[in-house]
Design a protein. Structure first.
Length: 310
């Protein structure tokens, strides 16, 4: 459960009893309070009417109406057992068994579906109003020949007017022809959750470029679709991104959704127009050697210099 889920629920039409549970839980998520600190706050300031943290989490989950999808993955996070690898019994990289002695997956990768999140956000009038930036505000303030935003970039402008292609099929509709079409960005990065750098995890983020530039990268508007659990860098990150790619293919064809502004049902289309990260992240996505190679950058021609032994 993340802070933007709480923001979404707080903006929805829910009961006062639900809000009484959401407000303290939202305070915990926004301020990154630990469970121990939160329990101490409940003990010190509660008059006995506030729910426990476990009950709050359960209640918030029931209000969301959609849950993370769990996939078995290698215990070392080498691969995720999806697609062609869905029926494997062991990792192709480290040869570790997929299941424990009890027949359960030794490690789980939790994926937060993107489509239900977009559906819920589109049904929120405040959020949907901000989504008009691409089709309305940017189109009016755009100065020809000036790069002011990603929508002035060559990739986006080349897509305009072209028919959507999914696999070998050319669909009838065009990229970003509808004002409600959403432009998405994807990013990943590795980080160490503990003080020592022996354990690393990789976060998978989705950005909504239809939001104004001053809002799209705010913490409340970033969608975290999953965290590769680690403890090592994945051998094949494509397998962990596979569930997202499957949803993006569906969004390219159009998914039925409710528009809070027009109070009508429409075909929601969303297209991924960029993927980015630092050099280790991009090298992982592109299956390159990385920043320790002779040519570390995928954009320029610089070459590394070997340091002789001293």
């Amino acid at each position: 459960m993340t802070h933007w889920h709480i923001w979404l629920l707080a903006k929805s039409s829910i009961l006062d009893h639900d809000l009484d549970i959401l407000r303290p839980f939202a305070m915990k998520t926004r301020n990154n309070l630990t469970a121990l600190v939160f329990d101490e706050i409940l003990y010190s300031f509660s008059n006995g009417t506030m729910e426990s943290l476990a009950n709050m989490q359960s209640h918030v989950q029931s209000l969301l109406r959609f849950k993370p999808v769990q996939f078995a993955c290698c215990i070392n996070s080498c691969i995720c057992y999806v697609g062609l690898y869905a029926d494997l019994d062991e990792c192709l990289k480290c040869r570790m068994s997929r299941l424990n002695k009890s027949g359960q997956a030794r490690r789980i990768f939790s994926y937060m579906p993107l489509i239900p999140c977009l559906h819920a956000l589109m049904s929120n009038r405040t959020y949907t109003t901000h989504l008009q930036y691409r089709a309305d505000e940017h189109a009016k303030t755009c100065i020809p020949g000036t790069t002011m935003d990603i929508f002035n970039g060559l990739h986006y402008r080349v897509l305009l007017g072209k028919r959507v292609v999914v696999g070998d099929q050319c669909l009838a509709h065009h990229y970003f022809l509808d004002d409600c079409d959403i432009a998405l960005g994807f990013a990943t990065d590795g980080f160490a959750p503990f003080k020592k750098w022996k354990h690393t995890t990789w976060i998978l983020l989705v950005f909504n470029y239809n939001l104004p530039p001053d809002k799209r990268f705010q913490k409340d508007n970033i969608l975290c679709v999953g965290i590769i659990p680690g403890p090592k860098k994945p051998h094949d990150a494509d397998l962990f991104i596979y569930p997202l790619m499957q949803e993006l293919l569906k969004l390219s064809t159009g998914m039925s959704a409710y528009d809070a502004l027009s109070c009508s049902v429409f075909a929601l289309c969303a297209y991924l127009i960029t993927a980015f990260g630092d050099i280790p992240a991009v090298s992982m996505l592109m299956h390159m050697k990385g920043h320790n190679t002779l040519c570390p950058c995928q954009m320029c021609g610089i070459q590394g210099i070997c340091i002789p032994d001293l």
